[in-house]
Design a protein around this ligand. Structure first.
Ligand code: GDP
Ligand code: MG
Length: 618
């Protein structure tokens, strides 16, 4: 394959832009349409999004990892190099959105014509606004004409959405482009609008080389691949560059653009966005937000990004302890392609050896689990997620807790701890006004404090609440959907730590504490949760040959208790008499059942029971 020459594309011929939107509003579909328009890809028959490369992305229809793509587009007699950066829409991946935006001068703010502005539309708008990027409002899924067939969504109401955009973002309703990514309506107006309104990058080709690293991943064949926005100068194969973060030097072994697959170029220069292959050994050497310089001209680094902090921690254990090595290998491999996951080893008396993993949010955790199961065939148990808590002791010592087992027991808490703090979030919730009462009750029951209450139009409400993150990471989103018939959308951003009256609840099975089931709770909720947990545990545990006592305790105090009486009939009794093959069948069946069991506190718990319990299914 020959390499593409990009020398003719000086900054005036370059536009770097992204698409931001609430999930499912059509970003990836529009990205495909734009690439087709610029003939970077040909239309796929199966209609799958080209930019969603991971299997889980295809299955879930969400974009987890930002993917960028370059295209060439002729406009008014000139050829332009346009770099599109597709961004993930879910709040867990806001970090990916902001680092993608840092490489852009413009963004398309895409809003579904039937759904209107949703919580992530608001969050993404403010990310772009804060970076001073040109924002082009685009309304998607618009029907061609009210009277011409069912070209697109019958419920589309672009005029209403345009006025919401005016109310929420102070952008004139008339400026909104009305398109349909599905039927291609007005899609041809987008690239010209980008060329006309988005400023070209401001770099200088005559200055020494300088570039911003905004994404990286591991490729089985080539090793570490870095996506960079070249700020100044030029770079080509054989050049030596240096990282501002680590001061390590690298030789450039390949440069190229995502077209949309990796395509080598003879060089990359000021304003261009492309990939670099450097002699990097591991992904951990590529620090997102890092600035690279020509090795002889080290200047001032770019501001960089605040790294994503994992805010949801959970223990992962193999169902079968013999799988430990294999799982260890799988987790190591999977984290190669997802550097935002933090790992440490963990040992639980109930579940054996495992890992404690830190995720950006619960969706991130879910995606990771699903990839482990699908791509690596893993059989795992994952504990209830915990947020990080800060403990300050009276002697001034501080501790960050990511595992309920590390939380001080009651006597220590009373005698030595000065304060316990929990992470807080500012959340945005948008929904039709008839659900207002129910949603306010929900937020109140989750210790929320209302910050704002506005109407986007006569029927849609925007609420802002300050809530403890711990209340949000469990089933808050499901509850919100349930109480609003699926119409509420929700997003949050971190908002510091607050003092809180927290305690640790332990679950005790036949007087043996099950460490993997310990949980940190607000004192006021302990009793309610305790009763719910022991009841649910009782319904999920199967009766065994002995009596099982299930208790929940805080400190020395038992706050809830359930009992499961012993099974009277002995299973082996079934084996007497009858024909031998039936007996063997029964024994084999029991053996198979055993494989999927985990002995916890001397009580056998099936994988399903544990899993259902952890995922709060009744
Ligand atoms: P993303 O989550 O923002 O990337 O959204 P996708 O591009 O994955 O699209 C979400 C869903 O909306 C998919 O089922 C698309 O087929 C559909 N979709 C995208 N654009 C349009 C459109 O213009 N009209 C209609 N009716 N559906 C669309
Ligand atoms: Mg997508």
């Amino acid at each position: 394959m020959g390499s593409i020459e990009l020398e003719a594309f000086d900054v005036s011929r370059i536009r770097n832009f992204s698409i931001i939107a609430h999930v499912d509003h059509g970003k990836s579909t529009l990205a495909d349409r734009l690439l087709e328009l610029a003939q970077t890809i040909t239309k796929r028959k199966d209609n799958k999004q080209v930019l969603d490369k991971l299997k889980v992305e295809r299955e879930r229809g969400i974009t987890v990892k930002a993917q960028s793509a370059s295209m060439f587009y002729d406009y008014k007699g000139k050829r332009y190099l346009l770099n599109l950066i597709d961004t993930p829409g879910h709040m867990d991946f806001n970090f990916e959105v902001s680092r993608s935006l840092a490489a852009c001068q413009g963004t398309l703010l895409l809003v579904d014509a039937a759904q209107g502005i949703q919580a992530q539309t608001v969050a993404n708008f403010y990310l772009a606004y804060g970076l001073d990027i040109t924002i082009i409002p685009v309304i998607n899924k618009v029907r061609l004409n009210r009277f011409v067939g069912k070209i697109d969504l019958p419920a589309a109401d672009p005029k209403r959405v345009a006025s919401q955009i005016e109310v929420a973002f102070e952008m004139p309703a008339d400026d909104c482009l009305e398109i349909s990514a599905k039927s291609n309506l007005n899609v041809d107006q987008i690239l010209p609008k980008i060329i006309e309104t988005v400023p070209s990058p401001s770099g200088d080709i005559n200055k020494p080389f300088k570039a911003l690293l905004f994404d990286s991943w591991h490729d089985t064949y080539v090793g570490v691949i870095c996506l960079m926005a070249v700020i100044d100068g030029t770079v080509k194969k054989g050049d030596r560059i240096v990282s501002a973060h680590s001061e390590r030097r690298y030789e450039v072994t390949e440069t190229g653009i995502m077209y949309p697959e990796q395509t080598p170029t003879s060089s990359l220069q000021a304003g261009q966005v492309g990939y670099f292959v450097l002699n990097m050994k591991t992904l951990s050497e590529s620090h997102v937000g890092d600035t690279f310089f020509d090795h002889k001209h080290i200047g001032t680094p770019m501001p960089g990004f605040v790294p994503a902090k994992p805010m949801v921690w959970a223990g992962i254990f193999p169902i079968d302890t013999a799988d430990f090595e294999k799982l260890d290998h799988s987790i190591a491999k999977l984290t190669l392609s997802d550097s935002s996951v933090m790992i440490q080893k963990e040992t639980s008396t109930a579940l054996g050896q495992g890992w404690r993993l830190g995720f950006l949010g619960t969706l991130h955790m879910d995606v990771f689990r699903q990839r482990l199961e699908q791509e690596y065939d893993a059989n795992i148990i994952i504990t209830a997620p915990t947020v990080p808590y800060k403990i300050e002791y009276q002697d001034g010592a501080q501790k960050l807790i990511r595992n309920p087992t590390e939380f001080p027991e009651m006597d220590e808490l009373n005698a030595k701890v000065k304060s316990v703090q929990e992470p807080m979030v500012r959340s945005t919730i948008i929904f039709p006004k008839e659900y207002l009462g129910d949603i306010m009750v929900l937020c109140g029951s989750r210790r929320g404090v209302q910050l704002e209450h506005t109407y986007l139009d006569e029927s849609r409400v925007l609420l802002k609440y300050r809530l403890p993150l711990a209340e949000v990471v469990t089933d808050f989103h499901d509850e919100l959907k349930g109480r609003s018939s699926g119409f509420a959308s929700f997003d949050y951003e971190e908002d510091g730590y607050d003092d809180a009256d927290l305690v640790k609840m332990n679950i005790v099975l036949n007087s043996k504490p099950v460490d993997a089931l310990s949980i940190i709770l607000h004192r006021s909720q302990a009793e309610l949760v305790a009763r719910d947990w022991v009841k649910r545990l009782k319904s999920l545990l199967s009766r065994q040959l002995f009596e099982i006592v299930i208790q929940a305790s805080v400190g020395n105090k038992v706050i809830a208790r359930e009992g499961l009486s012993a099974l009277r009939k002995n299973v082996t009794a079934k084996c007497y008499g009858g024909d031998i093959s039936r007996k063997m069948k029964l024994l084999n069946k029991q053996k198979e059942g055993k494989k999927r069991m985990k002995a916890i506190g001397g009580v056998e718990v099936s994988q399903e029971a544990f899993y259902d319990f952890m995922s709060k299914k009744k």
